[in-house]
Design a protein around this ligand. Sequence first.
Ligand SMILES: NC(=O)c1ccc[n+]([C@@H]2O[C@H](COP(=O)([O-])OP(=O)(O)OC[C@H]3O[C@@H](n4cnc5c(N)ncnc54)[C@H](O)[C@@H]3O)[C@@H](O)[C@H]2O)c1
Length: 245
Amino acid sequence: MSQHRHPGAPGRAGAVPALPDLPEATVARLPEYLRALHALADTGHETVSSEGLASAAGVNSAKLRKDLSHLGSYGTRGVGYDVTLLIEQIESVLGLTQCRSVALVGVGNLGHALAGYDGFASRGFRIAALLDADPSRVGEEINGLVVRHVDDLPRVAVEESISIGVIATPAPAAQAVADQLVAVGVTSILNFAPCVLSVPEGVDVRKVDLAIELQILSFHEHRKASLTALPGGLAATDTQEAIGT
Ligand SMILES: NC(=O)c1ccc[n+]([C@@H]2O[C@H](COP(=O)([O-])OP(=O)(O)OC[C@H]3O[C@@H](n4cnc5c(N)ncnc54)[C@H](O)[C@@H]3O)[C@@H](O)[C@H]2O)c1
């Protein structure tokens, strides 16, 4: 995943308490900690050591302690972190204490898969609107939601209090869709189209490109093959650390 961010995003949800200014890498790891913590809570764990949580989240424990110290969470010596408390702290920092409404634009192959995925709701996101430019797709019902024409976006954005836009259109259409989302006041965009979007200051864009992830893995495969070809073979390398996860 890649991301670009502009400071000073105007909030749509009104005044919120000042948040710590966290490093982006920390922000990117918090959802991993949250997922691991929910799994621990589901299996009856009340506390967890930094090593245990780090291992469940797939990071090293020093990095985890540093990340959590940014939230003012240091755990208790000999006991570790209180699982429920840490879940609350991370959810609060990530702004997950309120459910956010998402508009998905482009309901083709990928859009259908995203619209049919139930996992967003359990993580605090409601797909509230499906929009497409193709009249033959308008009116189709997916997971209880009817696809609407993208020209309805201004009305839908107000009706559903849309706070995040997801773009799953072909790349040539993505910039125009981003412009439409920005025009209706959306300040967070998740872009699946393989292109760079230009957005005004105050709008955050994250890009998901599985092909890029595969290319990065390809590099590591390539590198491992070159190392095993050396005399002595591949040193005891922690591949996840090498990848930087
Ligand atoms: N990020 C990833 O890992 C990943 C994986 C798969 C596909 N993709 C990308 O996701 C996008 C969608 O892929 P797909 O296979 O679903 O394509 P698709 O052709 O099946 O669907 C695209 C949909 O977008 C709609 N559309 C086109 N222009 C529009 C506009 N201006 N406003 C609203 N809707 C519009 C089309 O009518 C169509 O329904 C592509 O850009 C593709 O490259 C990314």
